[in-house]
Design a binder for this molecule. Structure first.
Ligand SMILES: [Zn+2]
Length: 121
């Protein structure tokens, strides 16, 4: 009688041991500590990558990958830039056709780079 009871409790222990880990696995993973901070970091990363990508593309338009954008970025790279009107951004030298183009571009350099027009657009 005692041994039969013991075997019965043993069964329950086995069932319990199987159920507990299964229950644990159903729990949702913890939320990141600061989702907004993580998003802002991600956005900043994407922004930098995009600015760099635009500059690499603009640099190739004049046919030489020399980190000098010799066409005027303020005129959709259609006009020749002048060494008299230059702007430095992210290690690139941008040459503009006129002081007006340079000043307009320099008012918000990052935004201007992101909104830069290309001849093939
Ligand atoms: Zn221009």
């Amino acid at each position: 009688m005692i041994s039969r009871m013991a075997r019965c409790w043993g069964c329950w222990l086995v069932v319990g041991a199987l159920l507990v880990p299964a229950g644990c696995k159903k729990e949702e993973p913890a939320e990141p500590a600061s989702p907004i901070g993580a998003l802002a970091e991600k956005a900043a990363e994407v922004g930098e990558t995009t600015v760099a990508a635009v500059l690499v593309r603009a640099d190739k338009v004049d046919g030489a990958e020399d980190k000098v954008v010799s066409k005027c970025a303020g005129c959709a790279l259609a006009m020749d830039g002048s060494p008299d009107h230059t702007l430095n951004a992210e290690g690139y030298t941008l040459r503009f056709c006129s002081a007006e183009c340079k000043d307009r571009f320099a008012a918000d350099t990052t935004k201007s780079i992101l909104e830069m027009n290309f001849p093939e657009d």
